[in-house]
Design a protein around this ligand. Structure first.
Ligand SMILES: Nc1ncnc2c1ncn2[C@@H]1O[C@H](COP(=O)(O)OP(=O)(O)O)[C@@H](O)[C@H]1O
Ligand SMILES: [Mg+2]
Length: 607
């Protein structure tokens, strides 16, 4: 084995510490001047990694500022005639401590530099090796730890950095950056790395740009399938939660909301009664079924179920209905709708009865005024059931996504699932609701302990479209909080997320605070940068100053498990794995001259 390169190479000395503050040092940089003809030999520029030699330990830092003292500036102008006698100086942001003997990198500055300490340029491979050791540390097990390759330290050769999945995904991960900064490529890279190391992940793809870009993935499309290997899926409406249903149907006013809730309850009751014929005696009468409800051994009356499963209330026993409500309380309080939507509008109508009839024990007759109030709701339900936009929830076309997720989770060799939302409509908030519902569904699985044995990572690109927003109107306000909840509680169940967005300021505070590792690509918006700075203590003003100037694919990676903020040039995804987001294709379609035949006046109706 060759001796690893020493951390401090006397030939790489660039200057001497002249002033020390708690988190930075100032230093002289005698060789930083780009003298005429010797620009390439200058040593010490912004962004360079340096070691400050503090005897037994060294402090890793990064140059954030280089300048020439005010007094010496006029002298610089004579540089052309004679050698300039100026002494540049600079500032170094201190990042972490590295022990000289063990090469161990640890967070924080445990050895204070002193004025007079030497400062040396860091050698890429030695630095990367130390950081790599620090990152690998703490992973248990006797086999070599699984590592996710990220990229190399920006500006250094031989400085590959990889990180174990625990430290990357263990506390949720954020990928931020302005459009074109490299978020989708980073996501593709991470997903493909998860596949390579045999992990499990689901990628929610809002634009369809990841289709075919993830090695060996099971791919599905909502709303419309265009490719043979990307079959159509739908979210079964019975798994919708009642909250989502209200956000979708937005019942208005004083009467529609209660009627919709009543209808939901009745339909669940109808299903529960029919599912338990041993417990509830059923008498078929023509197309209707009368279900006997008992209190102990004593019959209290019938609940009447119509042909397609709706419950008739008008003039029927109120006592029996009330008793059934008590007996089935658990079924009626379920989170998921779990009933047949095709009879919902009928049931809403059936709910419109006068509260009491001739005797206190029964409901009154149909209340036509109430039906009038609910008319718009009834029409909306029927329109939605047949609307093409909502077909991904209400139609029977396509595979059932819950079954596909089950099968994916159960298959040991399936590593990735890509769900395309490309064709899902923006109308009726379908996209947001669909994704939120899926998130909620995953959270239910998580709470059942499904990911304890096999952790799952959900990737969400363009997350600003989905999280931290609310849909519906004032009365039916639903926050799209499923991914927020996953961020808050998913971790303990083995379900974590990677959230990529260009608008970090829209990510709710409580989600931001749960994120561990952050990939910060180029960000130009001031408020976005402030949000990031606030969210992670590691990134102070001088480190954040690099963010607006990052190159495409370059990111500052910060997190509690990283020894210091690391500026990385992310490794490109492989050729067939690079997502391409197309803008409008002007070059392809504009400017094509079509020959106009002169003598034939344009006459559209003539064909
Ligand atoms: N790691 C990288 N290395 C080299 N180029 C990259 C890298 N990441 C992104 N790019 C370039 O930046 C472009 C935009 O990246 P993309 O991930 O689509 O941005 P975003 O999703 O942030 O809008 C890509 O088309 C590619 O040319
Ligand atoms: Mg993108």
């Amino acid at each position: 084995m060759t001796e690893p390169a020493s951390l401090i190479d006397p030939l790489k000395r660039i200057g001497t510490v002249t002033r020390v503050t708690a988190s930075a040092v100032e230093l002289t940089l005698p060789n930083a001047l780009a003298a005429s003809g010797r620009r390439g030999l200058a040593k010490g520029s912004v962004g360079d990694f340096v070691f400050v030699d503090c005897d037994r330990e060294t402090v890793l830092g990064r140059i954030t500022e280089v300048g020439i003292p005010e007094k010496q500036r006029p002298g610089l102008e004579h540089q052309i005639e004679q050698e300039a006698l100026v002494e540049p100086n600079g500032r170094v942001q201190l990042l972490a401590t590295v022990s000289k003997t063990t090469r161990k990198v640890s967070r924080g500055i445990s050895a204070q530099p002193r004025v007079g300490d030497g400062v040396y340029l860091a050698d890429g491979s030695a630095l990367a090796a130390s950081i790599q050791d620090a990152l690998r540390g703490g992973t248990q097990g006797d086999r070599d730890p699984l590592m996710i390759n990220l990229g190399r330290l920006a500006g250094l050769e031989d400085a590959e950095i990889s990180i174990p999945p625990e430290k990357l995904f263990g506390r949720h991960c954020g990928v931020f950056g302005a459009t074109g900064g490299g978020k989708s490529w980073t996501v593709s890279r991470l997903v493909n790395e998860v596949v390579r190391i045999g992990g499990k992940c689901i990628l929610f793809d809002p634009t369809g740009e990841f289709t075919g870009k993830v090695e060996g993935a099971r791919q599905f499309a909502f709303a419309e399938a265009t490719l043979p290997d990307q079959p159509l899926v739908r979210f079964p409406s019975k798994l919708l939660s009642e909250l989502d249903l209200h956000a979708l149907l937005t019942p208005t006013g004083q009467s529609q909301g209660p009627m919709l809730r009543g209808a939901t309850k009745s339909l669940r009751m109808s299903k529960a009664l029919r599912d338990a014929p041993q417990q509830f005696v059923q008498e078929v009468e023509g197309s209707r079924t009368k279900v006997l409800i008992q209190q102990g051994q004593n019959p209290v009356g019938y609940v009447v179920i119509e042909e397609h499963g709706s419950i008739e209330k008008a003039n029927q026993s109120r006592v029996a209905y009330g008793r059934a409500e008590l007996l089935l309380a658990e079924h009626l309080a379920a989170e998921q709708c779990n009933f047949d939507f095709r009879v919902l509008s009928r049931q809403v109508r059936n709910e419109c009865v006068r509260p009491v009839g001739n005797d206190a024990g029964s409901f009154g007759g149909l209340d036509s005024a109430a039906i009038g109030y609910c008319n718009t709701l009834i029409i909306r339900i029927e329109t939605y059931l047949s609307s093409p936009e909502l077909a991904c929830i209400f139609s029977e076309d396509g595979l059932d996504i819950s079954a596909e997720i089950e099968s994916f989770l159960g298959a040991p060799n399936a590593n990735a699932m890509v769900l395309s939302f490309e064709k899902v409509s923006f109308k009726h908030n379908t996209r947001e609701l669909l994704l939120n519902t899926l998130g909620r569904y995953l959270l239910v699985l998580a709470r059942q302990g499904r990911f304890r044995e096999c952790p799952l990572v959900c990737f969400l690109d363009e997350a600003h479209q989905f999280i931290g927003r609310s849909v519906g109107d004032e009365q039916n306000h639903v926050s799209l909080d499923a991914f927020g909840l996953i961020a808050k509680e998913g971790r303990k169940y083995g379900l974590t997320t990677v959230i990529a967005t260009q608008r970090p300021r829209d990510v709710p505070q409580d989600v931001l605070s749960q994120l561990g590792t952050l990939f910060v690509h180029r960000l130009t918006n001031e408020r976005d940068r402030e949000t990031i700075e606030k969210a992670c203590g590691d990134l102070d003003k001088s480190a954040a100053a690099f963010i607006p100037a990052l190159a495409q694919g370059e990111a500052i990676v910060v997190g509690p498990d990283l020894p210091a903020p690391l500026p990385l040039m992310m490794t490109k995804p492989e050729k067939g794995q690079q997502p391409e987001s197309h803008g409008p294709r002007y070059q392809q379609f504009w400017g094509r001259q079509v020959a106009v035949i002169e003598n034939q006046p344009h006459n559209p109706g003539a064909e």
